[in-house]
Design a protein around this ligand. Structure first.
Ligand SMILES: Nc1ncnc2c1ncn2[C@@H]1O[C@H](COP(=O)(O)OP(=O)(O)OP(=O)(O)O)[C@@H](O)[C@H]1O
Ligand SMILES: [Mg+2]
Length: 258
């Protein structure tokens, strides 16, 4: 049974986000709210704007219009201190891990603690070890990305994000670059984070996994959120929802059940 969402205070809110890229309106007045402990899952066709939305939510892309509120306070897109603060509080996990190849797993986690949080070497080292242990990598800490599997690399990148004590984690297709047999080790970490109450927004094609865990599915099409609701309701046989059609097609392709 999925716990109720929206019971906590709102952590991150997007209002009327507009983003233009290459002369096209890629996000067209998107509103989204994440309450503490929410796990919302973004789904939708390729090119619908999922990655762009995630990148706007931690201001890797600056929206042309709209507002972001963090813990109820509007973020000033033009103020560097606001951008840095938001990026510290809103962590991001990418499909392709984004690790530094010349640093070990431990150093990949520790570097942000030293550079961004200004932690001393020993403190950063200890925290890196702790976070790597949390994602099951205690025995891989001194290995470099080239010596790690895709699933292990993604777990390092999750450990790195967690070390920053984020209020929200954004995950952009965290398992889609992984071989099928490595997907579950990353999903287990995400499930444990959800159960521990981490606030998350994740774009993914892992429909069955998400349906069992997410508080809400958020369906995007052509730069807009067109459907949003509890997975069991949207996926119900008689729902007639676009989400159900879409998920059924993905499940047909992957051989999984929606
Ligand atoms: N840097 C860019 N310049 C121009 N257009 C871009 C740029 N980045 C993305 N787009 C366009 O914005 C639209 C949304 O892209 P986005 O990557 O957000 O989609 P998505 O839903 O994440 O797709 P996918 O499921 O394939 O990851 C697409 O039409 C894409 O071509
Ligand atoms: Mg994408």
């Amino acid at each position: 049974m999925t716990p109720p969402n929206g019971t906590g205070p709102v952590v991150l809110e997007a209002r009327g986000i507009v983003k233009e890229l290459g002369g096209n309106t890629v996000l067209n007045h998107v509103d989204l709210t994440l309450a503490k402990g929410d796990l919302k899952v973004l789904i939708g066709p390729s090119g619908s704007g999922k990655s762009t939305l995630l990148q706007c939510l931690n201001l890797l892309h600056i929206p042309e219009d709209g507002q972001l509120l963090l813990d109820g306070t509007p973020v000033n897109f033009k103020k560097k201190t606001d951008l840095y603060q938001l990026r510290q509080k809103v962590g991001m996990i990418f499909q392709d891990f984004n690790l530094f190849d010349h640093l070990s797993a431990r150093q990949n986690v520790a570097i942000a603690l030293k550079k961004v949080k200004k932690q001393a070497k020993k403190q950063a080292h200890d925290r890196a070890c702790e976070e790597l242990a949390r994602v099951g990598l205690s025995n891989k800490m001194e290995l470099y990305p080239a010596q790690l599997s895709g699933g292990q690399k993604q777990r390092v990148s999750i450990a790195r994000a967690l070390a920053m004590d984020p209020e929200v984690l954004l995950l952009d297709e965290p398992t889609s670059a992984l071989d099928p047999e490595l997907i579950s080790e990353v999903l287990v970490v995400i499930r444990d984070l959800a159960k521990a109450g981490m606030t998350m927004l994740m774009a993914t094609h892992q429909i069955s996994f998400s349906a069992g865990l997410a508080h809400e599915f958020v369906f995007m099409e052509n730069g807009r959120i067109t459907e949003q609701g509890v997975p069991s309701v949207l996926l119900a046989e008689n729902s007639g929802s676009r989400t159900r059609d879409f998920c059924a097609k993905i499940s047909e392709l992957t051989g999984a059940e929606a």
